[in-house]
Design a binder for this molecule. Structure first.
Ligand code: ADP
Ligand code: ZN
Ligand code: ZN
Length: 705
């Protein structure tokens, strides 16, 4: 019988589908159909990974089948053999050789197969068998009689080098040494928060903590943010260690992804570096997990299985009984709270490595600035100065395109997306209006569609406009880095390499620039347009704005150049803006945590969001009302109660032609919340109105839109 976690082919209506074995049932059950073919001898999803899938299915209230499907590399999901063909051989056995043909008189296909195997003493690959039209069931039957055998030639696990280090480690600072020792002294499960300011050498801590783990023959899993997987990052791991490094990210093709998955599961890969989905990789002998930039939003998946890789990393570390390190200069408030309450061991790096100083952040009052000017004159002057001195400047603006809106001066019309509750962004270089929510595109109108006036103007600024403005003013190349300029494979790396080259330049970019990059000649950072985050109604707004601010600021001033950061704001008196500008993330975090405590928000309370999209707002709201109805009596204020808030239209009411509403569930205790979610999801699945809308549950949501 195939074991749990092995793939089988099963009939489904007229089709044949690939399934994963979950358990065995007596065959008398009429509702079950017999398996057509077993695809794996051994589980392709090992026991540990299967347990993770089951846990994630339960915690995120997502069907287990979909979780398994999500976790399997595409080729395996499609039923392809896990091993390349050349590595499998069918052979006749000694016993098979002594079988006289008449013993298979009643099984001509087996007879034929056995004769062919006898003619090929070196064995036949599955492709050869296919070409010779040998029947699979016949082969299986021969195998059960032990007249034929199937051999797998697994690729060899390369031996561990005598020294896993390929280059000597840097000499660690006292703070770094304490952190490295703490991690290496952990026996079994132990989560760490490595809380180190930008440039404090967190990566060096990872590298030195990894060395003894690798030397002991264990594997290390490293999770990085989506855009953190640059050649520069990879190079640091590959240069340091003389062991195979496997990379997993969305840019791999199906074959590469499967190969990476197998290499990790068989222990051929010693270091596995990947983006969030790499948390679902089978590992042969795990020894340590590292979550780099653990505050990063890309660790949370925002569709399908809405998991948080940061949280799953800690779960897996407990399952594997190994340490896990969450590293960040701006830890998520949830993680910080775990450190405050001693559930995570708190390791701090307060100083920058190599004696570099943290940059000061100067507040520039933008209240009186022209509404259209993205840069204050003083900021522009500072940029010009910087390039004149032969250094580099970075201007951060978290908005792509030329201008975020086009409007009519005469009647006030604005170019809005016909499918969303949102204005269209003008991309001048493409002569297009684009919606950044649904990607709807249209031509830029010459006249106002409302009043016919040709008096159309743009308002506000995006990176494209900023690039044009800076090109006019500065005597140095302007390099724009955003999703529009880095679509082509390799173009981001090329641009980053150009900047690292060190010639004077001005970088303009979105949050793609915020993470992990290290630009030795960058001495000035100008940050525009973070006010919206600090003032946001979304309770995570200020936290995210502060993280972005300090991460971007952290690009300035490394090694020998002292850094300077200018923050333009129209709210320079706002207490959160002031705290953030003081550069003291922990003071800011404490303030925000206190606000969260009062409001019962994470990490002091737990949330889930039931979202619904329908062709009308009424339908969406009605569905959520029906979902909520049986649970309304829970709404009181004891400790184990669950509050239902809404349903209400989502902050963005319409998106891609659909109306969106949501129901928020809030509870002090997780078990109470999950008990309600369980019942709620079961109830929702059974509702007839569910057929008229799309809905999903988001547990621990990070985006409230
Ligand atoms: P972080 O990830 O904390 O922002 P990095 O690991 O990128 O910091 O380190 C910043 C820079 O400091 C890198 O160039 C790194 O090589 C250097 N560095 C780190 N640790 C040391 C050390 N102990 N001695 C000298 N340089 C170091
Ligand atoms: Zn008009
Ligand atoms: Zn749209």
């Amino acid at each position: 019988m195939p074991p749990r976690g092995a793939r089988v082919e099963v009939p489904f209506g007229k089709r044949t589908l690939v399934g994963v074995v979950h358990g065995h049932q007596p065959s008398s059950l009429k509702t079950l159909k017999p398996v057509k073919q077993v695809l794996d001898e051994a589980p392709i999803i090992d026991e540990r990974l299967y347990a993770l899938c089951e846990w994630a299915a339960g915690y995120y209230h997502h069907p287990l089948g979909e979780v398994l499907n999500f976790v399997l590399p595409t080729l395996l999901r499609q039923g392809q053999a896990a091993r390349p063909d050349a590595e499998i051989r069918w052979r006749i056995t000694d016993r098979g050789r002594h079988v006289t043909p008449d013993r298979l008189k009643r099984a001509p296909r087996q007879q034929e197969a056995l004769a062919l195997l006898a003619e090929h003493p070196d064995g036949l690959t599955p492709a050869m068998l296919e070409a010779l039209s040998v029947s699979r069931p016949a082969l299986q039957a021969l195998r059960e009689k032990q007249w034929a055998e199937r051999e797998e030639h697994l690729p060899q696990v390369p031996p561990l080098p005598a020294d896993v280090l390929a280059e000597p480690a840097l000499s660690a600072s006292p703070e770094q040494r304490l952190a490295i020792e703490a991690i290496n002294q952990a026996s079994g499960f132990q989560p760490f928060l490595l809380d180190g300011v930008t440039g404090s050498g967190k990566t060096e801590v990872y590298l030195q903590a990894m060395a003894p783990v690798l030397a002991a023959g264990h594997q290390v899993l490293v999770l990085v943010p989506e855009i953190g997987l640059t050649p520069q990052t990879l190079r640091r791991f590959r240069q340091r260690f003389a062991v195979p490094v496997t990379v997993m990210h969305s840019g791999l093709n199906d074959r590469e992804r499967l190969e990476a998955w197998l290499a990790a599961g068989e222990g051929r890969a010693r270091i596995i570096i990947g983006t969030r989905s790499a948390i679902f990789t089978p590992l042969h002998s795990p020894g340590l997990i590292i979550v780099d930039e653990a505050h990063d939003g890309s660790l949370k998946q925002q569709d399908g299985l809405r998991y948080h890789a940061r949280d799953l990393a800690t779960w897996r570390a407990r399952q594997w009984n190994i340490p896990v390190v969450h590293g960040s200069a701006t830890p998520a408030l949830e993680t910080l709270h775990l450190a405050h309450t001693d559930r995570y061991q708190w390791l701090r790096l307060r100083e920058r490595a190599g004696g570099a100083a943290l940059p000061d952040i100067e507040l520039l009052d933008a209240r009186d600035a022209a509404p259209d000017a993205p840069l204050l004159p003083s900021a522009l002057a500072a940029i010009e100065d910087t390039v004149r001195r032969g250094e580099q400047a970075l201007v951060f603006l978290n908005r792509r395109g030329f201008a975020p809106v086009i409007l009519c001066r005469d009647c006030g019309w604005q170019a809005e997306c016909p499918r969303c509750d949102s204005v269209m962004t003008w991309h001048r270089s493409l002569s297009q209006l684009r919606c950044h929510h649904c990607d709807h595109q249209q031509r830029v109108p010459r006249r106002c569609p409302e009043c016919g006036s040709s008096n159309l103007i743009d308002a506000g600024a995006g990176t494209e406009k900023l690039e044009a403005l800076l090109s006019d003013h500065c005597q140095a190349p302007v390099v724009r880095i955003d999703r529009d300029t880095t679509r082509r494979k390799g173009s981001l790396d090329a641009k980053l390499a150009e900047i690292r080259g060190g010639a004077p330049a001005v970088l303009v970019g979105t949050q793609m620039l915020a993470k992990g990059h290290h630009f030795p000649r960058l001495s000035l950072v100008v940050i525009t347009n973070l006010d919206a985050g600090f003032l946001s109604a979304d309770f995570r707004g200020p936290e995210q704005a502060a993280q972005l601010l300090l991460q971007v600021a952290g690009r300035a001033g490394r090694k020998d150049l002292r850094g300077r950061v200018l923050l333009q704001s129209r709210h320079t008196d706002h207490h959160l803006v002031r705290l953030a500008a003081a550069g003291d993330y922990h003071a800011l975090a404490d303030t925000l945590l206190e606000e969260r405590r009062m409001a019962g928000l994470p990490p002091f309370g737990h949330l889930a969001l039931l979202r619904c999209e329908a062709m009308s707002m009424d339908k969406a709201l009605a569905f959520l009302d029906e979902c909520a109805a049986p649970f309304l009596q829970h709404s009181n204020i004891d400790d184990d109660s669950v509050n239902l808030l809404g349903p209400a239209p989502a902050p963005m009411e319409k998106r891609a032609g659909r109306y969106r509403a949501q129901l928020l569930l809030q509870a002090r205790q997780r078990p109470a919340l999950h008990a309600v979610l369980d019942a709620l999801v079961r109830h929702a699945r059974g509702l007839p109105s569910a057929r008229h809308c799309r809905w999903h549950l988001d547990v621990d949501p990070t985006e409230m839109v």
